[in-house]
Design a binder for this molecule. Structure first.
Ligand SMILES: [Zn+2]
Length: 256
């Protein structure tokens, strides 16, 4: 894997966004392996497909690329808000690659995989409609709030200019597969509980600590009248999946 974009024929392209797209997509096609199955390359879809940009010829998984210059800690710009929500609610999203690159050095600095099953409507932020003077007046775009995706769903392939080992990437993707929940409501609960656990600074925590999130979770799930029972149920699920361990007496431990 080479972090540099390399020499790419761009004379055909005029707008800076087109050039950026060509450079970042060629980089992925030339350098990226499939983080799902470990196949050594992935292919670019020939035509501009509305949904995905790349696919793995081995496991057939599909990927979409979003790039920016700047940190991937908070959010990244995406297309139309309603389209994105529809894609999530109908489970038609591909996996996403998020790239941060440097304009100066023409190198990839960060590259993250977010598997599709970590997407919930909650991480999609509605942008302000375009002004009346804009060509597409009234059009509403969205941001993907990367910071709201639980750490378990953010797989760093390149981090701060450093390439992570492929085996550890595949391992993390495989572990994350255990958290795959088709039903969107259940997925939302699982993501929320994971985020709560991830926010607890210690490795060992208690049920009481988890109950401190009751008000926060109630506000996110107003239809649920028994949030604490839901918390216990989700903890049990995460225990069964091997993400936490029950130590007894209302104590839990996070597992790596
Ligand atoms: Zn694959």
């Amino acid at each position: 894997m080479n972090l540099n974009f390399g020499k790419i024929e761009i004379s055909k392209y005029h707008s800076s966004s087109q050039i950026a797209r060509v450079k970042t997509e060629s980089w992925v096609a030339n350098n990226m392996y499939c983080p799902r199955c470990g196949n050594l390359h992935i292919n670019h879809f020939e035509n501009n497909r509305p949904v995905a940009d790349f696919y793995c010829p081995n496991c057939k998984n599909e990927f979409e690329l979003k790039s920016k210059t700047g940190s991937l800690d908070k959010k990244i710009n995406d297309g139309a808000y309603t389209t994105m929500i529809e894609r999530i609610t109908s489970n038609q999203n591909p996996d996403f690659f998020f790239m941060n690159y440097s304009k100066e050095t023409q190198c990839v600095k960060d590259f993250i995989l977010i598997p599709k099953h970590f997407f919930v409507p909650d991480i999609i932020e509605k942008r302000k409609p375009l002004a009346e003077t804009a060509r597409r007046a009234g059009w509403i775009g969205c941001n993907i709030l990367i910071s709201k995706i639980p750490e378990q769903g953010r797989v760093h392939i390149i981090q701060n200019g450093k390439i992570n080992d492929m085996q550890s990437v595949l391992q993390k993707v495989n572990k994350g597969k255990l958290l795959e929940v088709g039903d969107l409501k259940s997925r939302g609960w699982l993501m929320d509980i994971l985020n709560c656990i991830n926010n607890i600074p210690t490795e060992i925590f208690s049920l009481t600590t988890m109950y401190a999130f009751t008000d926060y979770l109630s506000s996110k799930h107003p239809q649920n009248n028994n949030v604490q029972a839901k918390i216990r149920q989700q903890l049990q699920l995460l225990r069964d999946l091997g993400f936490i361990e029950f130590l007894g007496k209302g104590q839990y431990q996070k597992l790596q």
